[in-house]
Design a protein around this ligand. Structure first.
Ligand code: ZN
Length: 131
């Protein structure tokens, strides 16, 4: 469990937390508030992320994701639901966000670490069973 720093970038902060705790495979969850954010939507036709800028303070209703290896390093896959002052939700792949306040917990998973490899079908780095 950790309280993330006000003004820090959330994806980098959670990635650093995983790396500092030597977590190669795990899950995490965070709640709090962001000062701004960038959400990604993966276009399945063009195989490109469309980036949505959220330039207002938002509740971090839910941020959840996983940690696995991409190369030698712990790699974070974060998704988020954000709410505006009227409770309207936006969501997607969390590209980045500046923390107002955020509480995160992380749980290490045991077993053979999952490794991300490039997938030709989706153009994404997905978990690979092959060694
Ligand atoms: Zn994603």
């Amino acid at each position: 469990m950790s309280n993330l720093d006000h003004g820090a970038e959330i994806v980098k902060s959670i990635t650093t937390l995983a790396q500092e705790n030597d977590i190669q495979m795990g899950v995490f969850s965070a709640i709090g508030a962001l000062q701004n954010a960038e959400l990604g939507y993966y276009d399945q036709d063009s195989h490109q992320y469309k980036i949505m800028q959220v330039n207002e303070p938002m509740e971090l209703v839910s941020c959840t994701g996983n940690i696995s290896l991409r190369g030698e390093k712990a790699f974070l896959h974060p998704h988020a639901s954000l709410a505006d002052f009227q409770g309207r939700l936006l969501g997607g792949h969390l590209q980045s966000g500046i923390i107002f306040a955020a509480e995160v917990y992380m749980q290490e998973l045991k077993g053979h670490p999952l490794v991300r490899k490039f997938d030709l079908t989706t153009d994404l780095y997905l978990w690979s069973d092959a060694e």
